[in-house]
Design a protein around this ligand. Sequence first.
Ligand SMILES: Cc1cc2nc3c(=O)[nH]c(=O)nc-3n(C[C@H](O)[C@H](O)[C@H](O)COP(=O)(O)OP(=O)(O)OC[C@H]3O[C@@H](n4cnc5c(N)ncnc54)[C@H](O)[C@@H]3O)c2cc1C
Length: 263
Amino acid sequence: MDAFSYHRPTSLDEAVELIAQNGDAKLLAGGHTLIPTMKQSLAAPSALVDLKDITGLRGIELKGDTLHIGAMTTHAAVAASPIVLASIRALATLAGDIGDPHVRNRGTIGGSIANNDPSADYPAACLALDVTVVTTRRRISSDAFFVGMFETALDDDEIIVEVLFPVPIRAGYSKFPHPASRFPLVGVFVSKQADNVRVAVTGAGPGVFRVPQMEDALVKNFAPEALLSVGVSAEGLNSDMHADSAYRAQLVNVMARRAVAAA
Ligand SMILES: Cc1cc2nc3c(=O)[nH]c(=O)nc-3n(C[C@H](O)[C@H](O)[C@H](O)COP(=O)(O)OP(=O)(O)OC[C@H]3O[C@@H](n4cnc5c(N)ncnc54)[C@H](O)[C@@H]3O)c2cc1C
């Protein structure tokens, strides 16, 4: 690992200034992606700006029918939150199935969505639940936020402050986890609002994506059997040592039906 300076600001303003002063600085949240990447020399920032001591970045609150989750909130805190369990239980279930206890107690929602790993769990929930990502500069809709593999709409010096989840009428998540890491080979999150349904898939392609044909079918009939005649094709899906594209396409169809059943 290359040498770097370490900073621990106590306010967002200070963090923004530190990022601006150090051109290739990186924000540090739980460190569960960033530190291994630095150990492998895949990233070599000259400075780390640790968000740990910034008050206001951690916490969960329900305001009206919107759930607010601070960027530095850990997966374990989301999984155990009575507020999340009562408002969007599928989100608590998702957070509770990420990795192992160590990962869940260090990893954060902000770090997960900023990283936008094509196999991460949270991007599927955020896209299906149509969140708004609040940053130090602006508010970004979920459809605009997730751009592609490890790529988001964030600028280099932009910090995620919180994620706003509209509380759905129903929601469900189902994933087929890799047995070692627990990352989904395929995960499908389904959410139903009064006038629409959103279906988001992670793990199957180069980035999280929606499935309009499933959404249309579920608007007419929100039941697993509505998906029997609409599936995704294998074209464009990932093929690797864990699963080929045809297998992943089949998993998307099965996980989608299970997610609707869970909802
Ligand atoms: C063994 C193992 C198993 C795992 N299993 C799973 C799994 O099953 N499912 C899953 O989804 N994930 C899994 N993960 C990933 C885990 O969820 C990480 O916590 C997550 O990817 C990154 O979150 P972090 O808080 O550790 O971020 P960090 O590693 O600290 O940061 C990741 C990136 O996000 C940026 N960043 C962090 N916070 C912010 C912010 N507030 N604003 C802007 N940018 C920010 C950083 O600069 C960095 O580029 C696993 C990880 C490990 C090591």
